[in-house]
Ligand binder design. Structure first.
Ligand code: SME
Length: 150
């Protein structure tokens, strides 16, 4: 099991610049290194209304852009609620970037009252993300927001 409290301290130490580009790239890299069974980890950024642009990520080339009314990432952006999906094939409008992906966790990144983007994690293991994983990753996003100037 991942020690998310330790990971939060590691992320806090790693993010030693306020630059959003550096910090988002470092966050993806740390997640892939420390969280088991991920085949993709990355940010989608809201750079224009109702559309997510692919940002820094680790993994295979991915779908771009993603409108707010499509997929798991779109749902997270639209609702500003974390989407924790045990089986992506059960989600009718799931966007399959990599057929290996079975489970997905998407956490919105809300800065003040603005949606900045989402963090998307994919796993080849069905049911990979527990409620503890969700809480741990949400806490990491709080560290990312606190350390970054947007
Ligand atoms: N599966 C996502 C698309 C992004 S990729 O997984 C990297 C979705 O349904 O929004």
């Amino acid at each position: 099991m991942t020690d998310y409290a330790l990971l939060a301290r590691q992320l806090d130490a790693l993010l030693d610049t306020p630059d959003w580009l550096t910090n988002s790239a470092q966050t993806c890299a740390l997640l892939v290194q420390e969280v088991p069974d991920l085949n993709w980890a990355g940010f989608y950024l809201q750079r224009q209304p109702n559309l997510l642009h692919l940002g820094p990520f680790q993994g295979k080339p991915a779908c771009h852009p993603i409108p707010f009314d499509k997929g798991v990432c779109g749902a997270a952006a639209r609702t500003r609620q974390t989407q924790r999906i045990d089986d992506v094939h059960a989600v009718a409008d799931h966007i399959a970037c990599d057929s290996a992906s079975q489970a997905e966790l998407v956490v919105p990144v809300v800065v003040g009252d603005q949606l900045w983007g989402v963090l998307d994690l994919d796993s080849p293991e069905p049911g990979r993300f527990s409620a503890d994983d969700q809480a741990g990753i949400e806490a990491l996003i709080e560290v990312f927001i606190a350390r970054t100037t947007f």
